[in-house]
Design a protein around this ligand. Structure first.
Ligand code: FPP
Ligand code: MG
Length: 322
């Protein structure tokens, strides 16, 4: 299913306004605009869309109240990707050359910081209050902890619980926070806010598992990223963890992925070994399990159109090819 049609009319008009606001947010500085516009015009906008949908849980929530924070969420996410592409030495993102590849690491650090600062300017100028600021700071802190954890264990095989801890910190908490913020802005009660946050967290686990799967089984033209990127940068993910459990070539696989410098033929060999196992079915099964618990935990008393859109997003997350 196509992501935009999954949103039906619940957030479709907002997506256009969001696009304009995101573009506007980088237009003060010509260098920033030229560097970031191609990157910011792509992407799924999953985080702000989750926030916007959840902010409508009980009905209309004025755009003046939601749009600055929705824009800030997209900017924080993009800032983290700009920094992530330095860490991963990635060449392509959202179908375009990464800022790191085009301008180098020094400029990329500053561009990421600029986007990050712009996000917090939008939040500060729109009186969202301490609760929102606390959710945002915790989510960024967790993003950083997740990335540090990942960086410190490159070219090693994590246990299942280490893998889950990492994807929770770097992805699930972000999606969960977007839903939580939507609930806070909409003035929901604590139980409903926690229900939305649980939905977002489970969705986030499934999202990252599918992301990790696409690194092996995706189509570069559709994902906009280069296949085998995780392996090359030493990030060992669920498809590999599974293949190591079941493949008759697990010894060779382990030996390849723990080499500090992988050649293109090492990467092809590792991908081939993973593809010859049930890693894809296994990862899909796990992602489906998280999606089921996301759905089950949606609070009862939210608007039907919002609940339907959130369910359709859940379907998109497991079936997506980008
Ligand atoms: C993509 O993951 C990256 C992240 C989920 C988070 C990156 C976070 C940081 C670098 C911390 C810095 C944060 C800020 C706000 C400046 P991935 O590498 O698994 O996915 P990919 O395949 O899309 O690169
Ligand atoms: Mg990356």
């Amino acid at each position: 299913m196509d992501f935009v049609s999954a949103l039906k009319d619940v957030a479709i008009k907002d997506l256009q306004e969001l696009g304009e606001r995101v573009e506007q947010s980088i237009s003060e500085d010509k260098f920033i605009y030229d560097a970031c516009a191609p990157l910011l015009s792509g992407g799924k906008r999953l985080r702000p869309v989750l926030f916007l949908l959840c902010s409508r849980s009980k009905g209309i929530c004025p755009n003046e109240k939601t749009m600055p924070l929705a824009t800030a969420l997209e900017l924080i996410h993009t800032a983290s990707l700009v920094h992530d592409d330095i860490l991963d030495n990635a060449k392509k993102r959202r179908g375009v050359e990464t800022i790191n590849s085009r301008y180098g690491a020094q400029i990329s650090v500053l561009v990421g910081d600029y986007l990050f600062a712009k996000a917090f300017q939008l939040v500060a100028e729109n009186d969202y209050g301490n609760e929102v600021a606390a959710v945002l700071s915790k989510l960024v802190k967790n993003l950083c902890t997740g990335e540090i954890m990942q960086d410190r264990s490159l070219f090693t095989v994590p246990t299942m619980s280490e893998y889950y801890e990492r994807i929770n910190l770097k992805t699930a908490i972000f999606l969960s926070s977007c839903c939580r913020l939507g609930g806070i802005v909409a003035g929901l009660n604590q139980k409903e806010i926690d229900g939305l946050a649980f939905y977002g967290g489970s969705l986030g686990l499934a999202f990252q598992i599918v992301d990790d799967l696409l690194d092996f089984f995706g189509d570069e033209k559709i994902t906009g990223k280069i296949l085998g990127g995780d392996l090359k940068s030493g990030v060992v993910t669920l498809p590999v963890i599974r293949a190591l459990q079941v493949s008759e070539k697990s010894k060779i696989l382990r030996e390849i992925i723990t080499r500090k410098k992988l050649t293109d033929s090492d990467i092809s060999a590792a991908i081939e070994i993973v593809k010859n196992t049930d890693a894809m079915e296994y990862c899909k099964m796990r992602a489906d399990g998280h999606i089921d618990s996301a759905r089950i935990n949606l609070p009862f008393l939210i608007k039907t159109s919002v609940a339907l859109a959130l369910e359709q997003i859940a379907d998109f997350v497991v079936d997506r090819s980008w």
